[in-house]
Design a protein around this ligand. Structure first.
Ligand SMILES: [Zn+2]
Length: 102
């Protein structure tokens, strides 16, 4: 088990695609469908990147919100699944905005 995991956009995307979390966070099922609908533009020009992020960000925001709504038991289960003692959930692409820890 690790001491702390920073749940940034990339970790969120991994969680969204991991069915182990779906029972705890049913909102992930819908989120994974919405993410799949975002055209994959690995690399691509700045405009493509921006369009992709604009499509992804609302999905990630919804998932952050449903993680934050977990009760204490849910938060403990979330940390157990992530094998960490503490999580820090960052908002914004580089964690520059507000973050929540539990
Ligand atoms: Zn482009």
């Amino acid at each position: 088990m690790i001491a702390q995991l920073v749940v940034d956009a990339q970790v969120l995307k991994n969680i969204i695609q991991d069915p182990r979390f779906y029972k705890l966070l049913p909102c992930l099922v819908n989120a994974s469908e919405r993410l799949r609908a975002v055209p994959a533009t690995k690399g691509g020009c700045g405009r493509c990147q921006k369009r992709r992020l604009a499509a992804e960000n609302p999905v990630l925001t919804d998932v952050r919100n449903c993680i934050m709504r977990l009760d204490e038991a849910g938060r403990n289960e979330f940390k157990r699944l992530l094998n960490t003692q503490r999580v820090v959930i960052t908002a914004g692409q580089h964690g520059a905005l507000a973050s929540v820890a539990f």
